[in-house]
Design a protein around this ligand. Sequence first.
Ligand code: FEO
Length: 180
Amino acid sequence: MKDIIRMKTSLSEEIESMLNNQVKMEAKSSAIYLAMAAYCDQLGFENSSDFFFAQADEERMHMLKIFKYIADAGGSPISPEVTDVPQEFESFRGVFESALEQEIEVTKAINKILTVAYKDGDHATANFLQWFVKEQQEEEYTARRRVELFDVIGEEGIGRYMIDQKIAGISAPAEAGPTE
Ligand code: FEO
């Protein structure tokens, strides 16, 4: 039965399995961001909480995008089981450091799939993943900027309040080059 199903897709077993792992990774990222949203809310950092709620949605969208790609390519997407989601975090700053580490891990995972896709000559998957390469570049950049706020503003006095005010205002870098 599996052989018949496999004949319907140009995805190699390795790529399909890596993509399914990525579905799981995005689902877990979404769940962790949700836990981070709750943690920030409990600390009273409303903007940070809203930011992580929105981020949880984004990661779910990433998961769906890959899931649908596997399905559209004739593969077998697997609805992921998400376990071991941390519910406690070390500190307000620690949450943002974990978010940055999480994004770096996602970037590495996407790069690994791309490397295999190029090696296999799987241009459709390589082309599909380009969107994620750009997305990760932006997410890593903004996650790093958010962590930097803790050093730039400092956590003393009203520092944390100020950091929470600035969290949502960080956006992806503008493209360099001519303005016209
Ligand atoms: Fe979809 Fe930010 O990893």
